[in-house]
Design a protein around this ligand. Structure first.
Ligand code: SF4
Ligand code: SF4
Ligand code: FES
Length: 285
């Protein structure tokens, strides 16, 4: 019998360097209205002197025009840009079309802002190698989010859900002279949860959030809820569980585990949600 523990990723160090998961390809133009259909856009050829090139199909949407969303194709000069998908996007913006719009900041998998759908899988553009993408590479914004422009999703709703779990240390006992101490073994309980960068790859890939995103908090917010529930310094576990004890906020998770499969930090929101359910059951008994 394999140990189930072996499947639990406790730290992002355990993530294979090149995880290539194609778990939930997003059906394009399936059941959408005529105005929302993604149309074929224009193709931008590579520079004439380019030797190694690769095509990138990129979703474009301009909120200021009346046109449908479209897929533009860009031939990228691989010898003129870095190795990551984000490098290709920056090369396109700098050299071909400055209106291509995406978020990015750290370019090293820390800020979470470059999350997008790459070849059907939610991931960070700065940690996905170009050589791992298909031909053409297909770049879409995160699924199931309102799109502000091109590859930029509107995170207002998911950030409001994050705020709802009150993601800060809450205490009722008088503060000590200096900081609240934590034993190394208690600190270790946060491993696998504190590393969350709020990229929302998991929430965007969660079918339960697609269907009940107005009431189900989604895996990112729930992983964060568990991060505070399991913090030995926090003294608000009862109130936190009261907030989560709701038919939709937490129970809409059906353990499909898309969230865990797509997390680019190798975290396990599915396990965090299971831990919350267990804690609620334990306090009832
Ligand atoms: S395990 Fe739960 S939270 Fe994760 S994708 Fe499935 S339904 Fe969503
Ligand atoms: S759990 Fe993973 S996929 Fe979800 S928001 Fe955090 S880092 Fe991103
Ligand atoms: S740019 Fe910060 S995670 Fe990609």
């Amino acid at each position: 019998m394999p140990r189930t523990d072996a499947f639990i990723v406790r730290s992002s160090d355990q993530v294979p360097k090149h995880p290539l998961l194609k778990r939930f390809p997003v059906p394009r133009n399936f059941g959408v209205t005529r105005d929302s259909r993604i149309e074929r856009g224009r193709t931008w050829a590579a520079p004439e002197d380019a030797v190694r090139t690769k095509a990138f199909e990129i979703y474009r949407y301009d909120p200021d025009g009346d046109d449908n969303p479209r897929l533009d194709t860009f031939e990228v000069d691989l010898d003129a840009c870095g190795p990551m998908v984000l490098d290709a996007l920056i090369w396109i913006k700098n050299n071909v079309d400055p209106t291509v719009t995406f978020r990015r900041s750290c370019r090293e998998g820390i800020c979470g802002s470059c999350a997008m759908n790459i070849d059907g899988t939610n991931w960070l553009a700065c940690t996905r190698y170009i050589e791992e993408t298909g031909t053409p590479a297909q770049i879409y914004p995160l699924a199931n989010m309102r799109i502000i422009k091109d590859l930029v999703p509107d995170l207002t709703h998911v950030l409001a859900q994050y705020e709802m779990i009150e993601p800060w240390l809450q205490t009722s006992t008088p503060p000590p002279d200096r900081e609240r101490l934590q034993a190394p073994e208690d600190r270790a309980k946060l491993d696998g949860y504190y590393e969350c960068i709020l990229c929302f790859c998991c929430t965007s890939g969660c079918p339960s959030h697609w269907w009940n995103g107005d009431r189900f908090l989604g895996p990112a917010a729930l992983l964060q809820a568990w991060r505070w529930l399991t913090d030995s310094r926090d003294e608000a576990a009862g109130e936190r569980l009261d907030l989560l004890e709701d038919p939709f906020r937490r129970y809409r998770c059906h353990t499909i585990l898309n969230c865990t499969r797509t997390c680019p930090k190798g975290l396990n929101p599915g396990k965090a949600i299971a831990e919350i359910k267990k804690m609620i059951v334990d306090r009832q008994s």
